[in-house]
Design a protein around this ligand. Structure first.
Ligand SMILES: Cc1cc2nc3c(=O)[nH]c(=O)nc-3n(C[C@H](O)[C@H](O)[C@H](O)COP(=O)(O)OP(=O)(O)OC[C@H]3O[C@@H](n4cnc5c(N)ncnc54)[C@H](O)[C@@H]3O)c2cc1C
Length: 414
């Protein structure tokens, strides 16, 4: 097969899934394998053109944007290998989270945890530290044990546990170290979950916070500021009043003796059938992470802010937890976190609201989700992420010309 050649200018505009980011790169390419990726990156670097990769486009921030070469790795998809003895799975970068389900289950394995949706490419989800809920688990980045990365010179770098600093930098890199062409994940034995969902008062949830966090494999909730809130995220109130209520979701592992869908009507099923939710493209999300122990205080302040500053707010406040890891740019670096998300309504000017959320949560030492709207400055980056300098040093060593930077990332990481 002929080697791919950069041809441009491209006329196709790339738009993310929710539609708040779009741009037209000069070049576009959809390589079929690692060798093609390397050839394309080399050509771009020789021409002084920047390179970014598009995953499934589910980030709200301009993390994909480039005026140079945009790579689409959707064809580099699939689970390559499962290892039930060492509990490992190896996959191509464009493998969607949902593509892991059957191959892992057939090998007696499963992802340890996952987020609210399963359409992300694994490389995209890992690049931004995509997470689910539960302090016993890290984000998807925290379970990465190896990667292959095409660097700015077009060389392939094997990243593994023998170079812990490089691995910790690569686990959450927002695409800045190069093009990820393969990932090895730590997985677990296949498990089934029982879901319990229901409305509880704010006071009840706050009083029982420590138990809810400690006693369940997964605990999270949506606080609903108005009657319409639930419908926006497809949450059912079953006729109950929803205003100022918490829609609580708890998942626990069950043994083989528990039948699917138990006698009380609670869903019991393979883990991967319980985790995913259905979202409409009607929200623009900001998500911040505060140290776990500050959660209740930060949440009280958030509820107060939403009731006082945005009385007509209809978007729920989503609350989750994530366990600690040691990836340099991870929001969970060195600490478990309480995760707090809010959303603006597309088509409205929600920026002052999001800025007031940013100001409030900054007082609690909040770190940001790289894929969701945020207001991080270089000063805050260095104050909040103790290994930011180490990440930047490695980034400069691997990519001194900044081939993999873009206008959104350069001010923070050049
Ligand atoms: C409806 C919805 C629900 C969501 N739920 C959650 C949730 O529960 N938990 C959570 O944490 N987040 C959640 N997110 C955010 C989402 O998981 C992240 O933004 C994630 O990065 C999206 O993955 P993607 O494949 O769409 O990547 P993209 O958004 O396309 O890209 C993300 C980053 O990865 C880089 N990248 C992608 N592939 C490669 C590669 N092969 N090599 C190098 N860099 C690469 C891109 O350049 C970009 O910087 C949600 C988003 C939406 C829209």
């Amino acid at each position: 097969m002929a080697a791919p050649v950069l041809e441009g200018p491209s006329t196709s505009t790339w738009t993310n899934w929710v539609g708040n980011q779009s741009f037209t790169p000069t070049f576009g390419a959809a390589p079929l394998d690692e060798q093609e990726v390397a050839t394309l990156v080399r050509q771009a670097a020789e021409r002084g053109v920047g390179v970014r990769v598009a995953g499934a486009g589910h980030s709200f921030t301009p993390v994909v944007e480039t005026s140079g070469l945009l790579l689409d790795l959707a064809a580099m998809r699939g689970v390559l290998h499962t290892d039930p003895v060492n509990k490992r799975a190896t996959a191509l970068p464009g493998t969607r989270v949902r593509d892991f389900y059957e191959p892992l289950w057939d090998a007696g394995l499963a992802l340890r945890n996952q987020g609210d949706i399963d359409t992300q490419h694994i490389a995209g989800a890992v690049a931004t530290a995509t997470h689910g809920s539960g302090t016993r688990f890290t984000s998807l980045s925290g379970v990465v044990r190896g990667m292959r990365i095409v660097t700015a010179t077009g060389e392939v770098l094997d990243v593994g546990e023998d170079d812990p600093d490089l691995l910790r930098a690569a686990q959450v890199s927002v695409g800045m170290l190069g093009v990820v062409t393969q990932l090895e994940l730590d997985v677990t034995d296949a498990y089934r979950l029982r879901e319990q969902v229901g409305l509880r008062s704010w006071q009840d949830v706050m009083e029982r916070w420590n138990d809810l966090v400690a006693d369940h494999r997964h605990f999270g909730f949506f606080w609903l500021p108005s009657e319409e809130s639930g419908a926006l995220y497809n949450l059912q109130g079953h006729g109950q009043r929803m205003t100022d209520q918490c829609y609580v979701k708890v998942y626990d592992e069950v043994g083989p003796d528990v039948p699917d869908d138990d006698t009380e009507g609670r869903r019991v099923d393979r883990c991967y059938r319980i985790f995913p939710m259905v979202y409409d493209r009607n929200f623009h999300e900001l998500e911040y992470f505060v140290p776990l122990e500050h959660g209740p205080q930060a949440l009280e302040a958030m509820r107060e802010l939403m009731l006082s500053s945005l009385p007509d707010s209809v978007y729920p406040l989503e609350v989750r937890t994530v366990g600690a890891d040691d990836a340099f740019l991870s929001p969970q670096y060195g600490t478990a976190t309480t995760v707090i998300s809010v959303s603006g309504k597309p088509g409205t000017d929600y920026w002052s609201y999001l800025r007031s959320v940013d100001a409030l949560l900054s007082d609690f030492g909040a770190r940001v989700h790289w894929g969701k709207l945020h207001f991080l400055t270089p000063e805050r980056l260095h104050a909040l992420y103790p290994r930011a300098d180490d990440f930047i040093a490695l980034r400069r060593e691997l990519d001194p010309e900044g081939v993999f930077l873009n206008d959104h990332l350069r001010p923070l990481f050049a």
